[in-house]
Design a protein around this ligand. Structure first.
Ligand SMILES: Nc1ncnc2c1ncn2[C@@H]1O[C@H](COP(=O)(O)OP(=O)(O)OP(=O)(O)O)[C@@H](O)[C@H]1O
Ligand SMILES: Cc1cn([C@H]2C[C@H](O)[C@@H](COP(=O)(O)O)O2)c(=O)[nH]c1=O
Length: 688
C-alpha cells in the first residue's frame, strides 16, 4: 500500500564500520584475506619453481597438489571446526589460530622443500577452518541485526576484493625481490619468499588485533557445560540444516551458485583458448568473475531493496544458471566477458543474501556449525567441480555440429560442461524458490516490476492508496506486543495522529466469538486446518470492518498480531504448508500488507513465564512448538529486512519503546525531532 513516509528520506544511519568492535574485526579480516590470497599465489608459484627442472607434467601436478592440499581439510575437518567455534572462546580460538598460521607460513621458506609446502599448506588450511567459523559466528554479536547484511557485504567485499590487491602486491614484491637480488646479491632469496614473509606478518597483525577485541562474547561456554560432546553437537548441526526448510533451500542455492562459478574456473582456460584468447584473456575472464561478484554483493540487495529476500536469492541463482548456459553457447570473447560479469553479480547476490539469512536465522549456539558445514560443502563442491569439469571436458573432446552445407558450430567439452553446469544451477534455483518462497500465489514478475520501481508489491495497490499507515506487532506469547502497541499508540496520539489500536483475533463482533472458540482449552481436538481457517476468517472480518476503513480515513492502524502469526503458529507450529497459509490469508486480507511489522523477539522460555493465569489452548502447547513459532517469525523478518523492525524482547519496556519510536519516526511524514522527545521524556503521558 502507499503510505506517507514511503518516499520520505530516512534518517541517515551511521556506517556499520562506526561500530568499533566490528571495525577491528573487519580490519583483522582484511589483513588475513590479503595474506590468504598472497599465500595462494606464492605457494602455487613456489611449487612450480621447486619442480621446474622436472618437466611440464610434474610441474602442473605439483601446482595442482597445492590446490588439493588447500581444499582437502574442509572435507575432513569442516564441521568439527564449527563445533569448536560454538563451544570455545571465539577470541582465543582466533588468536591462537593466527599465531599458528604465522608460524606455519614462516616455516615454508625456512624448510624450503616441496613436500613441506604441501604439509604446511594442508596445516594452514586446517587452522583456517577453525578461524573462519569463529569469525563468522562472531559478526552477528558485534553489529545490530538490521546492519548484519551490510556487515556481511563488507566482509565478503574484503574476502574477494583483496584478491586483485594481493595479485598486484605479489607482482610488486617479485619485481622488488629481483631488483634487490641484483643490487645486493648477498640478500638474494627466492622470489616467492618475500610474499610468504608478508603473508606471515599479516597473520601476526591479525593476532594482535583479535587479542585486543575484548567485546567478543565467550559464546558457547554455557552450552559446552550442558551439551554432551563435540560429535553430538556436529550431529545436531547437521540435523538442524536438514530439518529446516529455509536453511536447506539457502544452502542448496548457495552451493548451486558455487558450482556454477567452479565450472567456469575449471574450464575457463581451455574455453578461452578455444575462443582464440591467450593468458591475458584468461586473466580478464577470471577478473570479470571477481568484479561481478563484488558489484553483485554491494549493489544487488540495494537495487532490489523492496523484493522479498528469498525471491531475490532464488532468482539470482536461476539467472546465474541461464547466463552460464549463454556463456557456453555464444562463441564471442567480448560477450563472454560481459556475461561473466553478470554471472559473478548473480552469484554475489545469492551468496551475500544466503550468508545474511543464515546469520539471522540460526541460533547463536548452532551458527558456527552451520557456517562451517556450509563452508565445507562449498569447498567440496568446488573441489569436485574444478577436478571433474576439465576431465569431463577432455573426455568429450572437440566436436562440430553441422547445419546444412555451410554452417558449422563448434561444441567441445568445455561447452558441454558449462551448459550442464548452467542448467543444473537453474534447476537448483527453481528448487530453492519452491522450498523457500514466502509470497506463494503472488506473481514474481509483478513483484520484480514493483521492486525495480522501488515500491513494495501489493496486489490491490490502486484500491489501497490511502493516507493511513499500518503497523503490525508480532511475537510469541508474553513477548510484550500488547504493552508496546499500547505505548506506540499513546506516543503517536501525542504527536497528533489519529490512531486505531486493534488486535487479532477478536476485534469485531464475529471475531470475539471466533477468539473464544480458538482459545478455549475445551477445543483441544480442533484440527490444524480448521484453526487456520478460523484465524483467517477473523482476519477477513478485521480487515474489512476495522483496518481498511481506518486506513481510508487516514488513521494510523496498530494491530497486535496479523498474518505473520498464522504463518508462524499454523504454518511452522502446526506444520501446515506455508504456501497454503499464505494463500488463504492473501485472499482473506485482499493482499493488505503492513507498512511495518515490529517483531518483538523474546525467547519462549522468557515470554511464557511472564504470563499469569491459566494457559489458553495455544499457550499450553509444548516449548518446542513455541520455539518453532519464534524461528518462523525471525525467518519472515530476515526475508524482508526493510519492512521489519526486529527488537530484542528481553530489553526493558522503556528501551523497547524507544527503539520502536526511533523506527516509526523514520516513516512519519513529518519526523518528530528527537530533541523534543528528550525534553518531554521517553513515554508521553497516558491519554488513552
Ligand atoms: N520488556 C518487558 N520486560 C519484562 N516484562 C514485560 C516486558 N514487556 C511486557 N512485560 C510483561 O509481560 C507480560 C506480557 O506482556 P504483554 O501482554 O504485553 O505481552 P503479549 O505479547 O501481548 O502477550 P500475549 O502473547 O499473551 O498477547 C505483562 O505482564 C507485561 O507487563
Ligand atoms: C492471530 C493469530 C493468533 N494465534 C494465536 C497466538 C496466541 O496464542 C493467540 C492469541 O492470543 P493473544 O493473547 O492475543 O496473543 O492466538 C494464532 O495461532 N494464529 C493467528 O493467526
Amino acid at each position: 500500500m502507499t503510505t506517507p513516509g514511503r518516499n520520505t528520506a530516512r534518517r541517515k544511519a551511521p556506517n556499520v564500520l562506526a561500530y568499533a568492535p566490528f571495525r577491528k574485526l573487519w580490519t583483522a579480516m582484511s589483513v588475513c584475506s590479503l595474506g590468504d590470497w598472497l599465500n595462494l599465489l606464492a605457494l602455487t608459484a613456489l611449487a612450480g619453481n621447486l619442480t621446474m627442472d622436472r618437466g611440464y607434467q610434474v610441474q602442473s601436478l605439483a601446482i595442482g597438489g597445492v590446490f588439493v592440499a588447500k581444499m582437502l581439510p574442509a572435507i575432513v575437518l569442516g564441521p568439527l571446526a564449527g563445533a569448536f567455534a560454538d563451544r570455545f572462546d571465539r577470541r582465543l580460538t582466533m588468536f591462537f589460530c593466527d599465531l599458528l598460521r604465522f608460524g606455519l607460513v614462516l616455516s615454508i621458506p625456512l624448510v624450503g622443500s616441496y613436500q613441506w609446502v604441501l604439509v604446511a599448506t594442508f596445516l594452514v588450511e586446517c587452522v583456517n577452518l577453525f578461524w573462519v567459523p569463529a569469525k563468522d559466528a562472531t559478526v552477528p554479536n558485534l553489529v545490530p541485526k538490521e546492519r548484519l547484511e551490510e556487515a556481511n557485504q563488507l566482509n565478503l567485499l574484503v574476502t574477494y576484493g583483496t584478491a586483485p590487491v594481493a595479485a598486484l602486491l605479489f607482482a610488486v614484491l617479485s619485481v622488488a625481490n629481483d631488483m634487490l637480488g641484483r643490487l645486493l646479491p648477498f640478500l638474494a632469496i627466492r622470489e616467492t619468499y618475500l610474499a610468504l614473509f608478508i603473508n606471515a606478518l599479516a597473520y601476526l597483525v591479525s593476532a594482535v588485533i583479535i587479542l585486543s577485541l575484548k567485546e567478543i562474547p565467550k559464546a558457547g561456554v554455557a552450552v559446552a557445560t550442558s551439551s554432551p560432546s563435540v560429535l553430538r553437537q556436529i550431529f545436531e548441526g547437521w540435523r538442524f540444516v536438514g530439518g529446516n526448510r529455509l536453511i536447506r533451500g539457502l544452502i542448496l542455492g548457495m552451493l548451486g551458485a558455487f558450482a556454477a562459478g567452479g565450472a567456469v574456473v575449471g574450464v575457463a582456460k581451455i574455453y578461452v583458448n578455444a575462443l582464440g584468447g591467450g593468458d591475458a584473456a584468461y586473466g580478464v575472464v577470471f577478473g570479470a568473475v571477481f568484479l561481478g561478484m563484488a558489484s553483485g554483493m554491494f549493489f544487488g540487495p540495494r537495487l532490489m531493496r523492496e523484493l522479498s529476500r528469498r525471491r531475490l536469492f532464488a532468482l539470482s541463482i536461476i539467472v546465474a544458471g541461464l547466463v552460464l548456459t549463454a556463456i557456453a553457447l555464444i562463441h564471442n570473447l567480448v560477450i563472454v566477458v560481459m556475461l561473466t560479469v553478470l554471472l559473478g553479480a548473480c552469484a554475489g547476490i545469492a551468496w551475500i543474501i544466503g550468508y545474511t539469512m543464515i546469520g539471522l536465522e540460526v541460533d547463536d549456539g548452532l551458527r558456527g556449525r552451520t557456517f562451517a558445514f556450509l563452508q565445507s560443502l562449498a569447498r567440496v563442491t568446488l573441489l569436485l567441480v574444478v577436478a571433474v569439469a576439465p576431465t569431463v571436458a577432455g573426455l568429450f573432446g572437440e566436436r562440430e555440429l553441422k547445419f546444412g552445407q555451410e554452417t558449422v558450430y563448434r561444441f567441445d567439452g568445455s561447452n558441454l560442461v558449462l551448459v550442464v553446469g548452467g542448467l543444473l544451477a537453474a534447476i537448483v534455483g527453481i528448487v530453492a524458490l519452491r522450498q523457500m518462497d514466502d509470497r506463494k500465489g503472488v506473481s514474481i514478475v509483478a513483484d520484480l516490476v514493483a521492486a525495480v520501481r522501488g515500491e513494495r508489491f501489493a496486489p490491490e495497490a490502486a484500491e489501497q492508496a490511502t493516507r493511513g499507515m499500518f503497523i503490525a506487532f508480532e511475537g510469541g506469547e508474553g513477548s510484550g506486543k500488547t504493552t508496546q502497541s499500547r505505548l506506540l499508540a499513546i506516543w503517536l496520539r501525542d504527536q497528533g495522529y489519529d490512531v486505531v489500536q486493534t488486535r487479532e483475533p477478536g476485534s469485531t463482533k464475529v471475531g470475539m466469538r471466533l477468539r473464544a472458540i480458538l482459545l478455549d482449552a475445551v477445543h483441544q481436538g480442533l484440527s490444524a486446518r480448521s484453526e487456520a481457517l478460523l484465524y483467517a476468517a477473523d482476519r477477513a472480518e478485521h480487515v474489512e470492518k476495522v483496518i481498511r476503513p481506518a486506513l481510508h480515513r487516514g488513521s494510523m492502524v496498530i494491530s497486535d498480531r496479523y498474518v505473520d502469526s498464522s504463518l508462524a503458529y499454523q504454518g511452522a507450529g502446526r506444520a501446515l504448508d506455508p504456501g497454503d497459509v499464505t494463500r488463504i490469508n492473501s485472499w482473506a486480507t485482499g493482499g493488505l500488507v503492513p507498512d511495518l511489522t515490529v517483531l518483538i523477539d523474546t525467547p519462549p522460555s522468557v515470554g511464557l513465564t511472564r504470563l499469569g493465569g491459566a494457559a489458553d489452548r495455544i499457550e499450553a502447547e509444548p516449548l518446542e512448538f513455541h520455539e518453532r513459532v519464534r524461528r518462523e517469525f525471525r525467518s519472515l523478518a530476515a526475508a524482508e529486512p526493510a519492512r521489519y523492525a526486529v527488537i530484542d524482547g528481553t530489553l526493558s519496556e522503556e528501551e523497547i519503546s524507544r527503539l520502536i519510536q526511533d523506527r516509526v519516526r523514520e516513516m512519519l511524514p513529518d519526523p518528530v525531532p528527537q530533541e523534543a522527545e528528550d525534553v518531554t521524556g521517553t513515554i508521553p503521558a497516558v491519554r488513552d
